[in-house]
Write a protein of this length. Structure first.
Length: 140
């Protein structure tokens, strides 16, 4: 690793330790360096201009979260609905309908797997430790 890369790594490690809100021991462990090494880097590379960098990161993070928040709220509302209705009339959005169709198909696929494969082949204690298919063949 070149000297410039080492310096960049150290400065990024210090920025991470100061801005992420994680304990320094965890940051050191995640980066694969010793706690005392990271502490030394923090005291060595804590320039006054580093306070500008976190503000830029926070602004980017806030923008990303503002964009993601309405999508997550919509997904949560879809998942709250106890009954899936695939047609909500002219005011529904195609995006919401597509999500509901996807959710309906996913639930149907899981239900088909559980009833068609899992419940017929797994061993049931009330059948003496054999699968329902083996039990039916044995009883027939």
């Amino acid at each position: 690793m070149a000297s410039k890369d080492k310096e960049d790594f150290k400065q990024e490690a210090v920025r991470t330790a100061l801005t992420r809100g994680l304990p320094r021991r965890r940051v050191a462990s995640d980066l694969g360096v010793g706690f005392s090494t990271l502490s030394k880097w923090v005291s060595q590379y804590r320039p006054a201009d580093m306070s500008v960098i976190p503000q830029a990161d926070l602004a980017k993070e806030n923008d990303r979260l503002r964009h993601e928040n309405p999508i997550l709220k919509e997904e949560r509302e879809i998942l709250k609905e106890p009954v899936l209705s695939l047609s909500k009339g002219p005011r529904s959005s195609s995006r919401a309908n597509a999500r509901e169709v996807w959710l309906y198909q996913t639930v149907a696929a899981i239900f088909a797997y559980i009833n068609g494969f899992y419940n017929t082949r797994r061993r049931h204690s009330y059948l003496g430790g054999i699968s329902p298919l083996a039990f039916e063949a044995k009883e027939a």
